[in-house]
Design a protein around this ligand. Structure first.
Ligand SMILES: *[C@@H]1O[C@H](CO)[C@@H](O)[C@H](O)[C@H]1NC(C)=O
Ligand SMILES: *[C@@H]1O[C@H](CO)[C@@H](O)[C@H](O)[C@H]1NC(C)=O
Ligand SMILES: *[C@@H]1O[C@H](CO)[C@@H](O)[C@H](O)[C@H]1NC(C)=O
Ligand SMILES: CC(=O)N[C@H]1CO[C@H](CO)[C@@H](O)[C@@H]1O
Length: 700
């Protein structure tokens, strides 16, 4: 795109028109024609600011005169939104609505490597769900919420079909993470009733089957299994000893392959599942539809890409429910995150649900691909022009800058994007505003958690500023609660966020104690962050700041915030978000504690650009060698400090020392959650040695 730019610019006929020459000579007729087409072009492509649905300086409204308790400004009064379409009060209704609209139209898409997408129609999905559901009933599954149907698979059509089967027969669903890991999986599997129905297995899909570690199994597990009458599928694999659990699992899933048989087993335990109702789902989805009504109408031709874990409410809700409700399509990735970009190019989604880590990656890629100073200057200039439009409320992908500079970037995401939603962790304002400009599509930011059915706040259309997570959704009321020992007081606009409304869950399954910790007697949910839908390790309060205009800004999880020895509070995620923007940095973990007076960092350099970046600074070597080189480390540290300074970090918020680690934090090595957030406690444990060695050097 850049080469075209200079060649096009001089030939643009902008200055060659002057109204004074309007006489009817053949040449001016030509001019008139050109003027007319230019006007037409301008009319079609002129920036049209969107009319925001409310005053952007008052996006939320105080409830009962209490300024720290807020509801959406889109509501007429304090009664919260339960549903949007009269005929969709459950997730089942939502699919039925899509079925009515789309009929034999495509619903679920999948692809084999290098192939185009193949589609399963709405009608077929409904039929297959019906068959599977009656199969489950025949196997003894009861149509009531006292028994659970577990779904254990990667994102793929069978997941949705199984989900629908449950909805069709009022069975309760327990989504399991395939990435839950060996230690966690048995805890989940054995602590409740599970009817596992699943999709085609492969060792790639469930890598942990191949793991040599045997899961910890409760001692009476096997007898429970044997006593359970409907374990018929196991008999189809006579050569497999039922006492070999890892093999047993594999066998069970193999037996289920294709025809979605099912196995039931029971273990009475103490699970901690978040109980989400259809009403929860309907209210959250409806709220989002309501907010978007001014700028975006979902329709039949919409396509979304599904790759975030379906066991996570974020993906299930927005993606699946809002797409199906409108008869739109969902295409699944191939199951390999490294092929995601290829899947996106093939699918050409109009809707892209995304997490900040991925957006950071896209941002780095774009910046990394522009090496010459001239092109870089042009890119930044174009971004600034687009950002100026954004601040006046205009989002578009047809400006001159889009045609000349950004078209390749947009094409790499399929070229059809209308709408993206980032959630699960705060995104850096720089990255968000850069991508809004370059991608030219609506990018919303939301905040939520499983216990409030993923949603709690959402960007207001028209407010394309970054650095906050928007205002409360129409289905949720939020309030701030003081945290005196951190000096957070609701009257000053900061505190722990609490949520109430129809999207708030019913409590933890069979765990009144944990439920009462999370939900108080007035129905307020005290924020916790839960990555695994099935149980939450502990409730983590989320600290937020209530901005003047009624939006909320996430400070950090309370658990993450700590004090340095000189008494300054540190919110590490905010700092990491800043450092992540440095070119050589792929991942960063900021550490400190109240015994230390300064911060240190663990940095994973970006393998794709690091070697070149370092070479420009006169160092050579392999990626691993460079990570060991103290001078390279110094260069990275300098770069990070410069970025921190320009982002306004205070000097005590800057790291004073680094460890360069050559291996990426990943879900597989246990350092990231399935939604790609850092597992802080685990990172701290793994790098204990490096951390103490950094602190043991004489203070800097
Ligand atoms: C289970 O089977 C695997 C694979 O054959 C084997 O390596 C493992 O030792 C078996 N475990 C037990 C407890 O028999
Ligand atoms: C531009 O946006 C429109 C909808 O807003 C979409 O239909 C079109 O495909 C987009 N074009 C590109 C290149 O992203
Ligand atoms: C709302 O307030 C936040 C925080 O001060 C700011 O970043 C944002 O730009 C504001 N939005 C508008 C539309 O003024
Ligand atoms: C739309 C939906 O069903 N779920 C959304 C609820 O709202 C939050 C916004 O905070 C989104 O992140 C969810 O995806």
């Amino acid at each position: 795109g850049f080469a075209d730019f200079w060649s096009l610019l001089p030939s643009l006929p902008l200055s060659s028109f002057s109204l004074s020459s309007l006489t009817l000579s053949p040449s001016s007729l030509l001019g008139l024609g050109a003027l007319a087409s230019l006007t037409a072009y301008w009319l079609v492509t002129r920036p049209r600011p969107m009319r925001p649905p409310c005053d952007l300086q008052a996006q939320s409204v105080a409830v009962n005169g209490d300024p720290s308790c807020r509801r959406s400004a889109l509501l007429k009064d304090d009664s919260l939104l339960d549903f949007y379409y009269d005929d969709t009060k459950t997730a089942y209704d939502m699919f039925q609505r899509g079925l009515r609209i789309a009929g034999n139209g495509p619903c679920l898409g999948f692809r084999k490597p290098g192939q185009p997408y193949e589609w399963i129609s709405y009608t077929e999905v409904a039929e297959r769900a019906q068959v599977l559901g009656s199969g489950l009933l025949a196997k003894g599954c009861q149509p009531n919420p006292q028994q659970f149907v577990g779904i254990f698979a990667q994102n793929r059509p069978e997941w949705i079909i199984s989900e629908l089967a449950c909805y069709t027969y009022s069975m309760a669903l327990v989504p399991l993470y395939e990435t839950l890991g060996l230690e966690a999986m048995p805890v989940v599997l054995f602590s409740c009733f599970i009817a596992a129905c699943c999709s085609r297995p492969s060792l790639r899909i469930w890598p942990w089957f191949a793991s040599p570690v045997e899961p910890q199994v409760p001692s009476d597990f096997h007898s429970t299994l044997r006593n359970y009458p409907s374990l018929t599928s196991v008999e189809k694999c006579p050569s497999v000893p039922t006492n070999n659990l890892s093999l047993w699992h594999r066998c069970r899933f193999l037996c289920c392959a294709g025809h979605c048989n099912n196995v039931l087993f029971i273990y009475p335990g103490k699970p901690k599942g978040a109980m989400i109702t259809h009403g929860n789902i309907a209210s959250n989805t409806s709220s989002v539809i309501k907010i978007l009504e001014v700028c975006l109408h979902f329709h039949l031709l919409d396509v979304s890409i599904s790759y975030l874990p379906l066991a996570h409410m974020f993906e299930r809700m927005i993606q699946v429910v809002s797409m199906f409700c409108h008869g739109a399509r969902v295409g699944f990735y191939q199951g390999d995150i490294s092929l995601l970009m290829d899947d996106i190019k093939t699918l050409k989604p109009t809707f892209f649900p995304v997490v900040p880590r991925l957006l950071n990656r896209i941002y780095d890629k774009i910046l990394g691909s522009v090496t010459s100073p001239l092109r870089r200057a042009l890119l930044h200039y174009a971004v600034r022009r687009k950002q100026a439009e954004l601040s006046s409320g205009v989002v578009r992908n047809n400006s001159l800058w889009d045609k000349l500079v950004f078209n390749r970037i947009q094409a790499s995401l399929g070229g059809n994007l209308r709408f993206a939603l980032t959630a699960s962790a705060p995104i850096s304002p720089t990255v968000l505003s850069f991508l809004r400009a370059t991608l030219g599509c609506l990018i919303f930011e939301g905040y939520g958690q499983t216990e409030c059915t993923a949603g709690c706040t959402f960007s207001m259309p028209g407010d394309w500023s970054a650095g906050h997570v928007g205002a409360p959704l129409p289905c949720a009321m939020v309030k701030l609660v003081d945290i005196p020992d951190m000096n957070y007081y609701a009257k000053n606009g900061d505190g722990e966020i609490c949520i109430r409304g129809p999207s708030v869950f019913r409590g933890y399954l069979r765990d009144p104690e944990k439920t009462s910790e999370a939900l108080d007697s007035d129905g307020w949910l005290h924020s916790g962050d839960v990555d695994i839908i099935f149980w939450s390790p502990e409730s983590e309060q989320m600290c937020v700041y209530l901005c003047q205009n009624g939006t909320l800004r996430i400070i950090d999880r309370k658990k993450h915030i700590f004090k340095l020895s000189q008494g300054e509070y540190i919110a590490p995620e905010k700092i990491e978000n800043v450092y992540m923007r440095c070119v050589p940095v792929l991942q960063v973990f900021v550490h400190g504690d109240s015994l230390q007076s300064y911060l240190i960092g663990i940095v994973v350099p970006d393998p794709e650009v690091f070697v070149d970046w370092v070479k420009e600074r006169g160092f050579v070597g392999s990626y691993e060698e460079l990570c060991q080189n103290p001078d390279v480390k110094k260069a990275v540290l300098e770069d990070m400090k410069a970025e921190g300074k320009s982002a306004g970090l205070k000097s005590f918020e800057q790291v004073k020392d680094l460890h360069l680690h050559p291996e990426t934090f990943s879900v597989a090595n246990g350092l990231l959650t399935p939604t790609l957030k850092s597992r802080r406690a685990d990172i701290r444990r793994v790098f204990q040695e490096q951390i103490s060695s950094m602190y043991s050097k004489t203070a800097i």
